[in-house]
Design a binder for this molecule. Sequence first.
Ligand code: CA
Length: 283
Amino acid sequence: MGQYGITQGAGVVEHQARKKRGLAAIESPPEQHIRMKGIHMKLITALIGVSASAAIALAGGSTTVVDFEDGLTHGWEGPQGFGGATMIDNTYGVGGGAGFRTQFNDFGIAFTNSTNANFTGDYTQFDEVTISVDLRIDQIGFEGLGITRPFMLELRSHDLGDDGYPWASAFFLFDWVGADSFTGYQTFSATIDTSASDLPVGWGGYGSFDPNTFESILPDGVNFSDILANVDEIAFSTLLPDFFFTNDDYDMTIDNVTITTIPVPGALAVLSIGGLVGTRRRR
Ligand SMILES: [Ca+2]
């Protein structure tokens, strides 16, 4: 129940989302990214005690943060066109810094990234992947009317969807946001155990439909692991599959988009040996 008495999900009709989402089809070739060398270097750096980053040293992993303070989007895109625009706002980010802000009228909005290899590629090369984002909402719906919309993380693979689908994806609903979110930034985070072959609790699949219930599901023969191995686009989106939303004004800003990857245990062990050798050589 929102502060204006609007119930969660007002204006929502099921099973029409695919039509809308179909319009948003973006052709983008999948890319495989080999990042082990970079991780190797960072890990060894951490093990020999040179690293200044506590996060890297503790986790043995790699962290990428896009905070927009350099005026660059680092591959992040938002809605552009007739309904409005998305741009870096130099004072709307966390702490009055820069943030990536969209002001747009549509059935929903999505921030996407298909070109930054730190966010896309083969997630299964890691043991664990954590993705987080700070979100500020200034408006959803008419001014002053606090309606809620879903805010989800979506991992897309454009080659794996059935015919008629722009992509196959695994999506995680962070929360329904909007009704009482006008007080500043909230942080949303999801940690992915990349050893899971089936969709974990809290995750949904998209790219085909159940012939009985017509609900979105992963395509036949595609499991969670297949999506993780072929992430060619990552999105933070309000367009939750199987829901239809009214056309509304959105004013949303994201900041501190972060991905942390933890190497698989085997790789960690091997790299640890490398790190120890490196330590001896330094003495
Ligand atoms: Ca920032």
